[in-house]
Design a protein around this ligand. Structure first.
Ligand code: ATP
Ligand code: MG
Length: 262
């Protein structure tokens, strides 16, 4: 079985996609086979892995609107060990049409459980859109672990509380075993608000907060433009070090919780 990790927050621009790419790259570097799935119509994960979404004919939207098999939509990336199911603009349609389908909440989970996927990949990383709609629900129903990237800023707190409430709803319905971890991103330690809010998050969400945080690093932006994870483009950068440290912490967590593939 693969370990499925969803990366979601209803708040936009909090480094969900950057975390999906950074974590995927670091897990590949540790020798794991990783499938990254872009669930966002903006297709930023697709772009960051070197594929132009306007040239994507068959995207992840096909599993939601055309009932196609996810396994048939997998593409290689420039990085051996990392595969991608790309997104394109059609994901906007999915968000509207998925709720019309029966048992729509489990569409993605069913697709990930087939042996062409679960016997091939150690980790499946789901990059979610910035809202709590039918697609994010599909991701949370399919996931073993949710990572919630957040900035250490006052306006991020509400979104964080909503995300945790959503986890509770999903646990009560489709996915009782769903666990979550909060990741502080875009941190600027020279910024007093970030320092105080980081401390406040630690005291409020102590158990749920990852000890790794991700600081500002322009190399993370530049690696998206280069179409490769930062751990490969700029392996010595702070961003690469911190995403490697995140991968180690996540590996330890999934081992402890027994979420790791045998
Ligand atoms: N640690 C960082 N240092 C500097 N820039 C970063 C960092 N993390 C992310 N960024 C940049 O911040 C912007 C937003 O990041 P990203 O696209 O990963 O967020 P997102 O949560 O996926 O956004 P959306 O909600 O639109 O999907 C991007 O331009 C990205 O390159
Ligand atoms: Mg994104």
């Amino acid at each position: 079985m693969s370990t499925v990790i969803a990366i979601a927050n209803q708040k936009g621009g909090v480094a969900k996609t950057t975390t999906a790419v950074g974590l995927s790259g670091a897990l590949v570097q540790e020798g794991y086979d990783v499938l990254a799935i872009d669930l966002d119509a903006q297709a930023n994960l697709t772009i960051a892995l070197g594929i132009n979404p306007s040239q994507v004919r068959r995207s992840v939207a096909d599993i939601f609107v055309n009932a196609e098999k996810l396994a048939s939509l997998i593409q290689n990336t420039n990085l051996p060990g990392l595969d991608l199911v790309p997104a394109n603009k059609e994901m906007e349609l999915s968000e509207r049409f998925v709720p019309l389908r029966q048992n729509h909440e489990v569409l993605l989970r069913q697709q990930l459980s087939v042996s062409e996927i679960s016997s091939v990949y150690d980790f499946i990383i789901l990059d979610c859109p910035p809202y709590l709609g039918a697609i994010t629900t599909n991701a949370l129903v399919a996931a073993h672990l949710l990572i919630i990237p957040t900035q250490a800023e006052y306006f991020s707190l509400n979104a964080l509380k909503n995300m945790i409430a959503q986890v509770k709803t999903i646990r009560q319905s489709f996915n009782p075993a769903l666990t979550y971890r909060i990741l502080i991103t875009l941190r600027d330690l020279r910024n007093r608000v970030h320092r105080t809010m980081s401390e406040q998050l630690l005291s409020t969400f102590a158990n749920g907060l990852l000890s790794t945080s991700i600081d500002l690093d322009t190399k993370l932006r530049e690696s998206s433009i280069a179409g490769m994870p930062v751990t490969y483009c700029y392996p010595k950068s702070r961003g690469a070090l911190q995403y490697r440290s995140l991968a180690m912490e996540i590996l330890e967590y999934v081992r402890q919780k027994n979420l790791i593939p045998a």
